[in-house]
Design a binder for this molecule. Structure first.
Ligand SMILES: *Cc1c(COP(=O)(O)O)cnc(C)c1O
Length: 375
């Protein structure tokens, strides 16, 4: 029983017939671009998330780029992003000539620290990108308050937390990706809702922004061959929409399987004093895109090697803060008080996490970790 970091085969087996039938229909119609499945999927996802508009696009990084274009980011504008995260948000800012300003993260949740974000605000700040990392939402209420106070656009990077729910203090509950002016998500195969290649989407309740996003993703065309603004070309393939339509009704099942695996991990690993299991913040549900431990820096790499020797894969998301990345180090600004974002790259260790993990596999993983710490 080989243990895998991710398993894409299991979920596919359960939708095989639907996908085969859908693919046959697409091939029969030759509607490879903008076929009916694309619009149908967009409507179904919008309904699922309770929003007015879902605009499919080529991938999650394009979604972030399009969102920043739609809110009118100009060269020299500053955008607050977390210093510990996947690079796509900072990259999109830089490609548009903006300056990413790196805020620290909360060590326990890995997500942007609203207090640090507040210290990053300057007269040039235009937007903030909360990245909902590893499966739970950022502390959105203080971020939305900050944005309102300074007139910032909130663009959510929801590539890792589709289906997570944030609870406001007044009891309102909103899905990740539906709280800012635009939410960006990815259907990269390993994401919570993954297709069989690249895919992404923009989520918004704002009719005006939705219109701009649709236009920007089509070379800036409002109508065919009339280019109102300079846009990009970013589309979701019809074949990918077929796969996503088959998977969307199973989203709760995928999240349920991940949460069950996470609670099995936590039951045993939570008793080991030398490590921290993922902290579930009280204001959000956790959909466990990743199951990420924190261990002491020196011990992390030894544990990782020991597990690898026993056929147990692990991963380090992410080995550098964004301020340490060669491409960004000299072109970003940051809160001068980054601490967690600089410490976490040495401490984090992600365990296998997917819908197909069995109790026996987890028993092997947990027992190997227990043995390591007993020595
Ligand atoms: C995967 C991911 C992206 C980018 O999505 P792609 O579809 O690969 O372009 C952006 N942000 C985060 C946090 C991600 O995990």
């Amino acid at each position: 029983m080989e243990i895998r970091m991710v398993d894409l085969q299991g979920p596919y087996e359960r939708i095989r017939d639907e996908v085969a039938e859908g693919v046959r229909e697409v091939v029969a119609s030759s509607a490879y671009i903008d076929g009916p499945a694309v619009g149908a999927f967009a409507r179904e996802l919008a309904t699922r998330l309770g929003v007015r508009h879902v605009i499919p696009c080529g991938n999650g990084t394009d979604a972030l780029t399009l969102a920043l274009m739609a809110v009118g980011l100009k060269a020299g504008d500053e955008v607050i992003v977390p210093a510990f995260a996947y690079a796509a948000a900072a990259e999109a800012v830089l490609l548009l000539g903006g300056v990413p300003v790196m805020a620290d993260v909360d060590e326990a949740t890995f997500n942007i620290d609203p207090e640090s974000a507040r210290r990053c605000v300057t007269p040039r700040t235009r937007a903030i990108i909360p990245v909902h990392l590893f499966g739970q939402t950022c502390a959105m209420e203080p971020i939305l308050d900050l944005a309102r106070e300074y007139g910032l656009s909130v663009v959510e990077d929801n590539a890792q937390s589709l289906g997570a729910v944030y609870a406001f203090a007044d009891g309102r509950r909103r899905y990740a990706g539906t709280m800012g002016c635009i939410g960006c998500t990815s259907f990269f195969p390993t994401k919570i809702l993954g297709c069989m290649g690249d895919g992404g989407a923009l989520i918004t309740d704002d009719d005006h922004l939705a219109g701009r996003l649709r236009m920007l993703a089509r070379h800036g065309q409002a109508e065919r061959y009339r280019h109102e603004v300079v846009g990009i070309n970013s589309r979701l393939d019809t074949l990918q929409a077929v796969v996503l339509r088959a998977k969307l009704p199973r989203l709760d099942e995928y999240i349920g399987a991940r949460r069950a695996a996470a609670s099995r991990y936590a039951r045993r690993l939570g008793a080991i004093g030398a490590l921290h299991v993922p902290h579930e913040a009280p204001y959000t549900t956790h959909v466990y895109h990743q199951y990420t431990l924190r261990v002491e820096p020196g011990c992390r790499d030894r544990l990782r090697e020991r597990l690898a020797a026993q056929g147990i894969p692990t991963a380090v998301y992410y080995p550098l803060s964004l301020t340490q990345q060669p491409a960004y180090a000299r072109v970003c600004a940051s809160d001068g008080r980054l601490e967690a974002a600089l410490r976490l790259p040495q401490c984090v260790l992600s365990l296998p996490m997917h819908t197909e993990l069995t109790e026996r596999q987890q028993e092997r993983i947990v027992a190997a970790i227990e043995r390591f710490f007993e020595e």
